[in-house]
Design a protein around this ligand. Structure first.
Ligand code: FEO
Length: 168
């Protein structure tokens, strides 16, 4: 059984992952509006990954005999001053999520909940990848700067990303 504290923290994380999905969906709309369909595709995949993360927490809570409770999802920001500003916001958001996963892990250790610590290990590794992939996009965008041709090429590249359900 999950402790009440752990159950609440895991339920809060379902909400945080759903918010992540919602934030990235707002970015899909932003990039579509800027006619950057490759970036919109990249963010669509990001949105799918976040929904997957939320469901992974959802299934785990149920598996441990907990009760899934769903709260309201906050309204995300949906306007940014540039593609770079949007991607930097995604970068900051991923760093925030990594912090939340680390807090969850600290709680699991404190509560001597080995099963949850083992479960959360998957997310510790996943966040390394999540941060790495968004950092790469931010760095490329900084290199491209105000070069329209560079942005066009990058958009073509971003169009090739496909969602593959992560190995659990
Ligand atoms: Fe679910 Fe991008 O962290």
């Amino acid at each position: 059984m999950l402790s009440p504290k752990m159950e609440k923290a895991l339920n809060d994380q379902i909400n945080a992952e759903m918010f992540s999905a919602y934030l990235y969906l707002a970015m899909v709309a932003y990039f579509q509006d800027k006619n950057l369909s490759g970036f919109a595709n990249w963010m669509t995949v990001q949105n799918q990954e976040e929904s997957f993360h939320a469901m992974k927490f959802f299934r785990y809570v149920a598996e441990r005999g907990g009760r899934v409770t769903l709260g309201a999802i906050d309204k995300p920001q949906f306007e940014w001053e540039s593609p770079l500003a949007a991607m930097e916001a995604a970068q900051q958001h991923e760093a925030y999520i990594t912090g939340r996963i680390n807090d969850l892990m600290n709680l699991a250790i404190k509560e001597k909940d080995h099963a949850s610590a083992n479960f959360l290990n998957w997310f510790v590794a996943e966040q390394v990848e999540e941060e790495d992939s968004v950092n790469e996009v931010v760095q490329k965008l900084r290199m491209v700067g105000s070069n329209g041709g560079g942005l066009f090429m990058m958009d073509r590249d971003m169009a090739t990303r496909v969602f593959t359900p992560p190995v659990e």
